[in-house]
Design a protein around this ligand. Structure first.
Ligand code: GLC
Length: 421
């Protein structure tokens, strides 16, 4: 009796949502960079506050593999998972397996977030995931090396290739033959889809499928873009990049061995971390344009948190989601790990801007980031696979861009039923 009363008192003092006995919730955390640590510390802070326990499961570092594992788990009907992470492109694919969070998240809270993300996460009126962080592709470069060789930050991809060549030649003469020009996510997985979408859109070659549902992947500008990047493989782009995910690219850049890197915002905090060999030598900017009449494009990425229908504690799981996506927690993740908040007001927070000045200077890049063609709904992943297979083959020297994109076009058109997805 005494113990039970003490328990009640503790629950009341900690503001626990229920007076029920302590529960154990399982949450999937990402594994790229600081993701796991930040997700774990956030979930544990909630557990402590509410008197519950959390078990962490680690997701794959490869977003395509993570989707496959999640789909398998959800389809088994026995998922022992209370909180799942959802990539921004997944709501249309996995919506049926998730509860509607609207019953637990007040309207005022939802209003604080970027509305296009809330809309993206709402499928047939159901809120499948709460926005957790947003992403856009960015260009990182070595300020010191560009200055040393009198190069300006590149405004076009062509300039980037030129500058990289100048720096590489100079450094080679000085005995540095480890340095490479440009690293990015070149492995055949969702990361390559994000990079190649940036290339083709920046050349004016569209977004694979246009917002009306029409398949546009095969056009002269897209061919030009992919051909251009393929021509850099083996010189500015080392062949090893064709096996890189996010962390492979960051590893090369952060160890001081790359002039330019395309990556997401998370790389900023790590590249400038205490133990980073390039701390203080790195700058970040919007991605280059595809030529003077091209445009600067960053692919929209980002992650949400949702509760699978198989959770035995949906109400408590939704409380954990609410906590992890709150202003306080998004701020902590931004300051420590440079994860972009989805809460609009945080972009004016001085502490956050001090840690990440580019959250302010590149604000337009974030809000204008280009979405992947999720008009394909449940078939998005198949569309993405066909597109990146064509790009990967071309980069890898197997066939020309024109023929490869034409094959992808035929396959994507077959999926689309004449543009009606
Ligand atoms: C990042 C993005 C995500 C994207 C993935 C690809 O995690 O946030 O949207 O699909 O990278 O590797």
């Amino acid at each position: 009796m005494k113990k039970a009363l003490a328990g009640l008192a503790v629950a009341a003092a900690l503001g626990s949502p229920t007076l029920a006995r302590a529960e154990t919730l399982t949450i999937a955390c990402g594994s790229v960079g600081m993701e796991r640590d930040l997700c774990k510390s956030g979930a544990e802070a909630w557990a402590q506050k509410t008197g519950n326990t959390v078990t962490i499961v680690s997701a794959s570092t490869d977003a395509t593999q993570e989707l496959a594992s999640l789909q398998q788990l959800l389809a088994s009907g026995t998922a022992d998972l209370d909180v799942a992470r959802l990539d921004v492109i997944w709501p249309g694919i996995v919506a049926n397996y998730f509860i509607d969070l609207k019953q637990y998240i007040p309207e005022e809270v939802l209003k604080e977030h970027f509305q296009p993300i809330v809309k993206n996460n709402t499928v047939n009126g159901k809120l499948v995931g709460m926005p957790w962080f947003t992403d856009a592709g960015l260009l990182y470069y070595r300020k010191d090396l560009l200055e040393k060789y009198g190069q300006k930050p590149p405004t076009t991809w062509q300039e980037l290739a030129q500058s990289a060549k100048v720096v590489l030649e100079g450094e080679k003469k000085a005995g540095n033959d480890k340095l490479v020009g440009f690293v990015f996510q070149g492995k055949s997985y969702e990361g390559l889809t994000c990079n190649a979408l940036e290339w083709i859109d920046s050349f004016g070659g569209g977004t694979i499928v246009d917002p009306s549902g029409k398949v546009t992947v095969n056009n002269p500008k897209a061919v030009e873009a992919v051909t251009f990047f393929a021509s850099l493989v083996g010189n500015v782009i080392p062949k090893g990049v064709l096996a890189y995910e996010e962390e492979g690219a960051r590893g090369a850049f952060q160890s001081g061995n790359a002039v330019f890197m395309r990556n997401w915002p998370y790389a900023w905090a790590l590249a400038n971390g205490k133990d980073s060999p390039v701390a203080g030598k790195v700058a970040v900017m919007a991605l280059p344009k595809g030529g003077a009449d091209g445009k600067s494009t960053g692919t929209l990425g980002g992650w949400q948190l949702g509760v699978p229908k198989t959770s035995k504690n949906p109400k408590l799981a939704a409380d954990l989601v609410k906590y992890l996506t709150s202003t306080e927690e998004q701020k902590r993740r931004a300051v420590v790990g440079s994860f972009n908040p989805t809460i609009v007001s945080l972009y004016k927070d001085p502490e956050l801007l001090k840690a990440n000045p580019f959250f302010g200077s590149l604000y337009d890049t974030f809000i204008n980031a280009v979405p992947r063609p999720t008009i394909a709904g449940a078939k998005y992943n198949q569309v993405s696979t066909e597109f990146r297979n064509a790009v990967y083959a071309t980069l890898n020297g197997s066939g020309k861009a024109e023929a490869n994109l034409s094959k992808a076009e035929t396959k994507i058109k077959a999926l689309s039923k004449g543009g009606k997805w």
